[in-house]
Design a protein around this ligand. Structure first.
Ligand code: GLN
Length: 483
């Protein structure tokens, strides 16, 4: 039962092969049995899940239908869930029960999705390995000695291990696509503004975007359908009609123009990954796509720009965690300053503190122009590169990551080494573009992802290309041994 995709579950529920309650119980038991190896959940919401499953079964019995009605999912633990701990992977919020549901959570609940729990993540979504979580590292089901990627490592590991069919995640610089690549999943970061950020605990507000993590493009289409849409509570949400994503999955790739940036195949790319990317290009050519070499000349500046802008916004967003309004508070403060210092010093882990310091420095008087403003200018150049490229091609293709999942602890002493691994993903966030990662093969038994980028609001195009690819390849169907 646990092998089913969201699409298969929807058909099974519609045909009354099983109930949502039965399925939910099977998956909860599987999580209890297998998750101790992975640590992919921070909280399990068993009672809520059974209650939601029963309600979904009752709605179906009353003649309602819908692809998400009765579908088991989990939320990354930065989506606020009313009355349920929403920790953001941090000691700071270990005691925080959100007073309301994030828009994404409320929309998916209204569509009938069943919440099994809240998934582990890098602290405040800062990281690429899920090792900065206060709740401990998450293991990659493909090799328990390796990281699952981050920051949405819990969602990725849980879906990859077939603990559930799909989960929500967020992507500020790659946190949906990179863990998808590291665990053999399909993950989509939508256009900035497509999915509401209301109730999503902010890391870097101008870059953050929620999206789906699942095994197939077909399932990403189903989950995105439930997440996307205008929200007047989010001032950066865009009032653009939401297309029927599943309906966009039948288009031929005949004549599709795929741009492959020459900068992507530089020295830093593992040659074995380069070869798998070439194979995926050949596969898409067989389906009728036309390949064109393009250039993204400002790509080399993207990492330094991102690692100024993201920490700058984070230092501002995280200033609210002061031990007064909510979050961790130190014992017996001497005075107000002591309260702030010790509450924040105890509540935030080292990576979060590092980013707050970098961000506060970049925003300080005297350095603002040199760092923050300069980074914003680079951001515009990165966007302009993409706009020029999309005049010539329909999608851009390349590797999702330069290397496969590294060993647990391998990059802990060198944060910059981990930052460099984000080279292919962060440009989409800087430009606000949609991006998707899908399985493209294996290196030493570890999954590799191919990334597709499209113009604004062309999520349907990305999903269709990935779906056509998945109809003709079987990488995405491979299951990690032991799960
Ligand atoms: N690895 C990047 C960072 O640490 C991206 C994280 C994310 O997308 N949330 O900032």
């Amino acid at each position: 039962m646990h092998q089913m995709t969201l699409a298969e579950i929807a058909r099974g529920l519609a045909d009354k092969k099983f109930s949502s309650e039965e399925l939910t119980k099977v998956l909860l038991a599987r999580i209890t049995q297998l998750d101790p190896q992975l640590n992919s959940f921070i909280s399990l919401t068993e009672e809520l899940a059974i209650e939601q499953a029963k309600a979904a079964d009752a709605r179906r019995a009353n003649g309602e239908s819908g692809a998400l009605l009765g579908a088991p999912i989990a939320h990354k633990d930065l989506f606020c869930t009313q009355g349920i701990r929403t920790s953001c992977g941090s000691k700071m919020l270990d005691n925080f029960k959100a007073p309301y549901d994030a828009t994404v959570v409320a929309k998916l609940a209204a569509a009938g999705a069943v919440t099994l729990g809240k998934t582990n993540m890098d602290e405040f979504a800062m990281g690429s390995a899920n090792e900065s979580s206060w709740y401990g590292a998450v293991k990659n089901p493909w090799n328990l000695e390796h990281v699952p990627g981050g920051s949405s490592g819990g969602s990725a590991a849980a879906v990859a291990a077939r603990l559930l069919p799909a989960a929500t995640a967020t992507d500020t610089g790659g946190s949906i696509r990179q863990p998808a690549a590291f665990t053999n999943l399909t993950g989509l970061k939508p256009t900035y503004g497509r999915v509401s950020r209301w109730g999503m605990i902010a890391y870097a507000s101008s870059l953050d975007q929620g999206g789906p993590l699942a095994r197939t493009a077909e399932d990403c289409a189903i989950l995105l359908q439930g997440m996307a849409g205008f929200d007047q509570n989010d001032s950066t949400s865009i009032d653009e009609p939401v297309p029927d994503y599943s309906a966009s999955l039948g288009e031929s790739l005949q004549g599709l123009r795929i741009g492959v940036p020459k900068e992507y195949f530089s020295a830093g790319l593992d040659p074995r990954i380069a070869e798998l990317i070439q194979n995926s290009i050949k596969e898409l050519q067989k389906l009728g796509a036309v390949i064109k070499e393009i250039s993204l000349p400002n790509m080399q500046h993207a990492i330094p720009a991102y690692y100024v802008i993201a920490p700058a916004e984070a230092s501002s967003n995280l200033s609210r965690f002061d031990g007064v309004r909510f979050g961790h508070r130190c014992e017996q403060p001497k005075d107000l300053i002591d309260l702030y210092k010790r509450s924040r010093g105890e509540g935030f882990g080292p990576e979060v503190q590092r980013r707050i310091m970098v961000g506060a420095y970049a925003l300080s008087a005297g350095y603002y122009d040199a760092y923050y403003l300069k980074a914003q200018k680079i951001r515009r150049l990165v966007k302009n590169d993409f706009m020029a490229a999309f005049n010539e091609v329909d999608i851009i293709l390349g590797p999702t990551t330069p290397n496969p999942a590294w060993k647990l602890g391998a990059k802990n002493s060198d944060p910059v080494a981990a930052y460099l691994e984000d080279v292919y993903t962060i440009t989409a966030n800087l430009a606000g573009l949609p991006g998707l990662s899908m399985p493209a093969g294996f290196v030493d038994g570890l999954p590799v992802g191919v990334q597709l980028l499209a113009p604004y609001f062309q999520e349907g195009r990305l999903l269709n290309v990935a779906h056509q690819y998945q109809l003709n390849t079987d990488w995405h169907t491979r299951t990690p041994t032991g799960f």
